[in-house]
Ligand binder design. Structure first.
Ligand SMILES: Cc1cc2nc3c(=O)[nH]c(=O)nc-3n(C[C@H](O)[C@H](O)[C@H](O)COP(=O)(O)O)c2cc1C
Length: 361
């Protein structure tokens, strides 16, 4: 077996049943260019420009009309949406890349003005996220009190994730990543301050984890474990996720359960965890509990990425914002070329500016 110390970022790796040309992953990033909740030619160009990543993980794509909390984010739950993604996956594959669709249900991080009619803002409990949400029609608006999901609505959401995963495969994606991070619906179930249910989906660690595991299990049954990954962010407080005492035990349990499902990867946003000794210990526990691929993310440089791969706590590392302004990021990292800085004013604007107009090199 090749010794870990010889492995570097620019060598191929396998993930589930696919081969990646390198270990530099493009992290999922919402870019709000999906007018009408559809992918389009501009989005195809954007991802094709970044196809030298070992794997592209797309922006969050909603598995349900109820999950479209942000303005101009795409969906994967109608025929038209599936069709709109086909040229995108083809463009990435033609350029030699691989791509997973990130399935993101925003839950309570939402506003009706961003959603189609006949939708409901759902969450584990009727507790609003503190903070405002951008809407194209009404500007910044406070996030509303969501509706507590009934058990039927929970089962329906699980089915929606599974169907969206199948839709992703039909649209030509190599797999899906479940967005269990950053305070969206899956993480809303994990956090005991946001999930105050007293049924089988709230209370104990096992109960709070039940929805996430059920979604992962349903997706695995639909498209296969080798095509399924999940993103988590232990100790995250973004999107009004208050700190709680059982973070270590929750994610220790969850990573063991995810390992039983034999999914392809766990993608950990680790910057909050890295800030404490307990968090560092949790990263080690996740690594030892979960035997398939671990992807780490959060402010990584080339040097730090190489360190965590050599240390064996990550197999792959993902980069978010560096990919925005540096489409050919692997090449730049390999040759130590200075990186362009992205313009954050254009992160979520509509149109090509700040999206497809960054120079290739
Ligand atoms: C513009 C922008 C949009 C983002 N959208 C998403 C998203 O849709 N899903 C997600 O899981 N993370 C999202 N993130 C977080 C990134 O995937 C990543 O975790 C974060 O940028 C930290 O990595 P970095 O330091 O390499 O940028 C977004 C980040 C940025 C900058």
């Amino acid at each position: 077996m090749e010794s870990q110390s010889k492995i570097n970022l620019f060598e191929p790796a396998s993930l589930g049943s696919i081969e990646l040309s390198n270990r530099i992953i493009m992290a999922p990033m919402t870019r709000s260019r999906a007018i009408g909740n559809l992918a389009n030619d501009l989005i195809a160009d954007y991802y094709a420009q970044r196809a030298t990543a070992g794997l592209i993980i797309t922006e969050g794509i909603s598995p349900s009309a109820n999950g479209l909390g942000y303005a101009r984010i795409p969906g994967l739950y109608t025929k038209e949406q599936i069709t709109s993604w086909q040229p995108v996956t083809k463009a990435i594959h033609d350029a030699g890349g691989k791509v997973f669709a990130q399935l993101m249900h925003t839950g309570r991080v939402s506003h009706k003005a961003n959603m189609p009619s006949d939708t409901v803002i759902l969450a584990p409990s009727a507790i609003a996220a503190k903070g405002d949400m951008w809407t194209d029609a009404e500007g910044m608006q406070p996030m509303p009190v969501p509706v507590t999901m009934s058990v039927d609505e929970i089962r329906n959401a699980i089915d929606e994730f599974a169907q969206a995963a199948q839709n992703a495969i039909d649209a030509g994606f190599d797999g899906v990543e479940l967005h269990g991070a950053n305070g969206y619906l899956l993480e809303q179930f994990l956090n005991p301050h946001v999930n105050q249910r007293t049924d089988d989906y709230g209370g104990s660690i096992e109960n709070r984890s039940r929805f996430v595991i059920a979604v992962a299990n349903a997706v695995v049954n639909k498209i296969g474990a080798d095509k399924t990954g999940i993103r988590i962010s232990p100790y995250n407080q973004y999107n009004d996720m208050p700190a709680y005492n059982e973070v270590y035990d929750t994610y220790n349990y969850l990573s063991n359960e995810l390992n039983k499902l034999n999914i392809a990867y766990v993608h950990v946003i680790d910057y909050a965890a890295r800030a404490t000794e307990e968090g560092m210990k949790l990263l080690d526990s996740i690594r030892s509990n979960f035997t398939n691929t671990i992807i780490l993310n959060g402010g990584y440089t080339k040097e730090r990425a190489e360190e965590v791969i050599i240390a064996g706590i990550a197999n792959l590392v993902s980069f978010g914002s560096p990919f925005i302004a540096n489409p050919n990021l692997p090449h730049k990292l390999q040759h130590n070329i200075t990186l362009n800085a992205p313009d954050s004013n254009l992160f979520f604007s509509a149109g090509a500016e700040g999206f497809t107009d960054y120079p290739a090199n």
